[in-house]
Write a protein that binds this ligand. Structure first.
Ligand code: GLU
Length: 421
């Protein structure tokens, strides 16, 4: 009897460390520096109780990891997902360190997560979970220490509860302890759209470099959360045709193009993109391998792997998600002349406007959406240009190029600070 080969699950932390090793090797980093940057500085695991609506008490597990604080306070989102693991959060924290360094904002990398499917909880239960989790990680967070933000399945409301809980503990209002807040609490104009907007700025620059006319491009978007849904809208606004989108429930396709606003309205009502009249349901695998010009992975890690990288047809892959591509897939894509805008560059618009929000909160001075987007555009264009230059001069793919820039900046900060004591 033939035994079926089951591929071992891909571990995001293993991927993150391998990506770092590639850059460290090329940069010829000293063995000591490599050892330091290869591991997170702090990992906190908490198990905490939440009173559920049925009167029962459930215990949830959550994490906050600070990868590196060399260039400033830890910065990074909090995700709520049933598949969260400590290794995933460690990877996401390390990616935040490089992301902040690529775009040159003065933060280190952090990330948090709670193992929970929030779609199965009521709003009151999510509030209770958020407030207690904030309390449990309050030994780490603070506007000068570690500043959370939204990520998968968290949003401005989650940040409002976190900000309120932290402020109740210290006895005064501390808007700068989290970013991605609602505007009335010191949130920034443009922050909700920032991840997608930043990604689209890099797509515009990449298209110009590749000689692609966005008005003739067909786009597939994997994931229809904050990053994916808004990226789909912005690409449509650029004149591209969005031919496929997906969410955690499935994917839809329409050769002539989907009306993105209709998909949004449909999802709002049916909690799924699937079933939109006029669209055809396809699988997640089919979406990734579609005949299209631009693929925007905007969901979770490890979507483009050695198994499907050779079948990706898009000329341009813009990683709005964190960690969607494995190192093996990177090699295949590069060999097949696929141009990848790597996550740490492509989705850095989110944390960049988080930085703007933090600055505005600390200065008690707020900017217009036009000011925010102008500054965001400048940051993204500069980071894209430096990465492209590095990629061309070193003859490496865009991910390695972005890593070379980022790791060098963090390494410089770490060495010039010196080793304490
Ligand atoms: N969660 C987002 C990311 O992965 C934003 C982080 C932030 O704004 O701090 O980049």
């Amino acid at each position: 009897m033939a035994t079926e080969q089951i591929a071992p699950a891909i571990n995001a932390w293993d991927v993150a460390q391998r990506q770092f090793d590639l850059a460290a090797e090329r940069l010829n980093l000293s063995p000591g520096l490599r050892r330091v940057l290869r591991e997170p500085k702090r990992e906190l695991t908490v198990h905490f109780p939440v009173k559920m609506d049925d009167g029962s008490v459930q215990v949830f597990t959550g994490y906050r990891v600070q990868h590196n604080l060399g260039r400033g306070p830890a910065k990074g989102g909090i995700r709520y997902h049933q598949d969260v693991t400590l290794d995933e959060v460690k990877a996401l924290a390390m990616w935040m360190t490089w992301k902040c360094a690529v775009v040159g904002i003065p933060f280190g990398g952090g990330k948090g997560g709670v193992i929970v499917n929030p779609k199965k909880l009521s709003q009151r239960e999510i509030e209770g979970l958020t407030r207690r989790f904030t309390t449990e990680i309050s030994i780490l967070i603070g506007p000068e220490r570690d500043i959370p933000a939204p990520d998968v399945n968290t949003n401005a409301q989650t940040m409002a509860w976190m900000m309120d809980t932290y402020s109740m503990h210290v006895g005064y209002t501390v808007p700068a302890v989290v970013t991605g807040k609602p505007i009335p609490l010191g949130g920034s104009e443009g922050r909700n759209e920032a991840t997608a907007q930043g990604a689209v700025y890099t797509i515009v620059d990449a298209a110009q470099h590749l000689g692609m006319d966005l008005r003739k491009c067909r786009v597939a978007v994997q994931g229809f959360g904050n990053a994916g849904a808004i990226a789909a809208q912005l690409m449509a606004a650029e004149g591209s045709t969005v031919i496929a989108v997906s969410d955690s429930t499935g994917a839809i396709y329409r050769r002539q193009g989907l009306a993105v606003n209709s998909v949004l309205a449909w999802k709002q009502e049916h909690h799924s993109v699937v079933g939109l009249p006029g669209s055809k349901e396809i699988s997640n695998e089919e979406l990734l391998e579609l005949d299209c010009d631009i693929l925007i992975p905007a969901a979770l890690e490890n979507q483009i792997t050695a198994a499907n990288a050779g079948k990706i047809q898009a000329r341009l892959i813009a990683e709005a998600a964190n960690g969607p591509t494995t190192p093996e897939a990177d090699e295949i894509l590069y060999k097949n002349a696929r141009f990848v805008i790597p996550d740490i560059l492509c989705n850095a618009g989110g944390v960049t406007v988080s930085y703007f929000e933090w600055v505005q909160d600390l200065e008690r001075d707020f900017w217009t959406v036009a000011q925010v987007n102008e500054k965001l555009r400048a940051v993204m264009t500069k980071a894209f240009a430096s990465t492209l230059d590095m990629s061309l001069s070193e003859q490496v793919n865009m991910r390695t190029a972005a890593y070379l820039l980022a790791v060098q900046r963090v390494a410089d900060a770490t060495s010039v600070r010196g080793l304490y004591p």
